[in-house]
Design a protein around this ligand. Structure first.
Ligand code: 13P
Length: 355
């Protein structure tokens, strides 16, 4: 990391991602700060709440107006916490600063309540969507710093292609910079294979995560969540999906941070449910949302070749919303109580500050 990109730990002028209102989810809906800028839900508390209550938070890749609008709408519609994930690979379409401004604006439109307007404990869960803004798959520490400085609630440094010690060194540097700003960090250990239509950078080689290495990695880096390779693929499966549940269980037994499953697209509900029951607190979905939107656009244009360009955003958004809502239902979210399939449990993240 170049030294001239050192992160200033003085938060003046930059929104700290706070603990929210302490409402239904424990970390509450997005509220507006003193500057009337809606805040994003903090990463760690969001995922720990999911583990405690037996569901997984959906992380949808976003890169344009249709995907941002769809993810916010589905968070509001379902009451489920949702993470909007801008991948490093989409920086050519949207840089972090634009993503922050866009999401704050959409949240304000969706009914985020200004902080201090009413007591935090009185803010109902339905008052606004609960969303986080996450940097997905960033191989570059500089891009992580850019997202941290822009106001993201979390970043994923993906140095999984490097040897273990290098992965630790790069990840730990990002963790130090992020935590100084109250920003959460996800990292990856192992390699996730590329399936059909994958849109993630991938070596294409699967390397399943070793449980002992996972424990050492989390201890050495201080990450808030760990992405593991246990058989899911980025993109669509070429054969029958297989998730190595015993391996996931073994990782869970050795690692005390929430686990993340990449490659959610096409993973059957029963396998997802089994994975969530073994400590997976965040599942990433990209390919199926994109394919559904493109399919719907193609149908619309085939039916009406002179469709106006402005109509395509709405068509894509509607298709994305349907797929997103379907995935949220597969992630054991059971409605607006903040509780998943296993019902209430102890250790709710209420009142936990920061990342
Ligand atoms: P899919 O495209 O397979 O849903 O995976 C998305 C993902 O893992 C993004 O990080």
């Amino acid at each position: 990391m170049p030294s001239d990109r050192r992160v200033d730990t003085d938060l003046g002028g930059v929104d700290r991602v706070g603990a929210g209102s302490g409402a239904t989810h424990g970390f509450g809906p997005a509220t507006a700060g003193a500057s009337s800028a809606p805040r994003f839900a903090p990463f760690g508390p969001m995922l720990r709440q999911a583990v405690a209550d037996g569901y997984a938070v959906a992380a949808f890749n976003v890169y344009d107006l249709a995907t941002f609008r769809a993810a916010v709408a589905v968070a509001k519609q379902t009451g489920a916490p949702v993470i909007l994930a801008l991948g490093e690979r989409y920086f050519s379409l949207m840089r972090p600063r634009t993503a922050v401004a866009l999401l704050r604006s959409l949240l304000a439109e969706a009914g985020a309540i200004p902080a201090g307007a009413i007591p935090a404990s009185a803010i109902p869960a339905s008052s606004g969507p609960v969303v986080g803004l996450h940097l997905d798959h960033a191989a570059s520490p500089e891009h992580c710093l850019e997202a941290i400085e822009a106001g993201f609630s979390s970043v994923m440094i993906d140095a999984s292609h490097l040897p273990f010690e290098e992965n630790v060194r790069v990840t730990r540097a990002v963790v130090e910079a992020a935590h100084a700003r109250g920003v959460g960090v996800e990292a990856e250990l192992g390699g996730i294979a590329a399936g059909d239509a994958s849109h993630e950078f991938s070596t294409g080689t699967e390397a399943l995560t070793d449980p002992d290495q996972a424990a050492a990695f989390v201890a050495a880096t201080g990450v808030d969540a760990l992405a593991v390779s246990v058989g899911t693929v980025h993109g669509l499966y070429r054969g029958d999906p297989h998730i190595d549940l015993p391996r996931l269980q073994a990782i869970r037994a050795r690692v005390d941070v929430p686990l993340v499953l990449h490659g959610g697209s096409g993973t059957p509900a029963d396998l997802l449910s089994a994975a969530i029951g073994r400590g997976v607190a965040k599942v990433n979905v990209n390919t199926e949302v994109a394919l559904a939107a493109v399919r719907r656009i193609a149908e619309a244009v085939a039916a009406k070749p002179k469709t106006h360009l402005s109509e395509l955003t709405g068509i894509a958004e509607a298709a994305a919303r349907e797929v997103m809502a379907d995935y949220i239902a597969r992630f054991r979210w059971r409605g607006g109580t903040g509780r998943g399939a296993t019902g209430p449990s102890e250790g709710r993240a209420s009142g936990e500050a920061g990342r």
